[in-house]
Design a protein around this ligand. Sequence first.
Ligand code: PMP
Length: 377
Amino acid sequence: MVYLDNAATTKPCEEALSAVMTAAEMYGNPSSLHKMGIDAEKLVIDARKAVAAALVCPPECITFTSGATEANNTVLFGIAKTYGRRLNKIVVSAAEHSSIIESAKQLERNGFEVVFVPPGRDGVIDEQAFVDAVDSNTFLASCMLVNNETGAIMPVKKIFTHIKRLFPDCMTHCDAVQGFLKLPIKAADFAADLITVSAHKVHGLKGVGALYVRKGIRLTPLLYGGGQEKGVRPGTESVPLIYAFGAAVRKLHPEMKTAYSNAEELNRRLRTKLSELSFVTINSNADNSSPYILNFSVPGIRSETLLHFLESRDIYVSSGSACSKGAKSPVLSAMGLSDKLIDSAIRISFSSMSSNGDVERLATAIQEGYMTLAKVR
Ligand code: PMP
């Protein structure tokens, strides 16, 4: 099997799987005052420290959520509730994941002014264009670190530093899901007030993520209840998922640089192989993309058709963002790609578990796929 859909989700690492079992057996409620509760709480504390160390921030700044979708919703609605009274505008990149785009559209329906800043043809958000959209009426600016469809790396640090210099009251949020444990992220020098990450993209399990909230930021919660996670995310913590998240982070964090070099090498090899195939167009820009994601098109063959051909060869890829099954990619559209390129776009995404053999098998299968499918067009 060749699994190249790691931007959709990753295989849980052994450390995460064994942590789930350990924590499931230590089944006390972390809020209970007795020893079983305290033991469970220790597991949550341990995971919080691991995530905080990876983001280089104090553990108190980490709130566990059910995933990045919830973290992103919490940011948009929570910041709007706290800070969106005197000020009325938010600015988000048009390349964001649907959990930001749809939340922003809902805020728009609720009466807020929302500006969506489109990426350039290279898929990258332009610093000046983004900053120009922010004004003294803006209370939140949200820009992702790595685009989940193209791998484009956004100049988030520059954008946020620029915004903070001009409008210190504007909150800054980064959805760093596709950059976490791939690119170095130091919360403090990122000029971000809020950062979203998710466990299942880094060999943890689905259903858990984390939100970095800078000290002093007041987030109105989406949920009300028992006050867990400092009231930002009440509800009994999923200790097994959280503890497994911590275990995956502890495993991956020290290997980050080696894994990045491996992804660079795989990306280079795949680009070389694809550039030898005259029928392939590469959509991810070569200069400013994460090596973990490569988007390309085979014009004339619909994404789903090639995807299923590859599946028949036991190779798993994506036709774009897994969260918008079948829908035309708004990101590729915003980049100005033709319908022909968009309809035939394929996304390959590597992980630390990907190998040269995966690239070889993929490249061969794409060529076979073209030969087979082009005939029946
Ligand atoms: N943001 C980005 C950039 C993503 O790629 C994803 C996952 N596709 C999410 C948010 C949502 O993450 P989760 O599955 O943890 O809700």
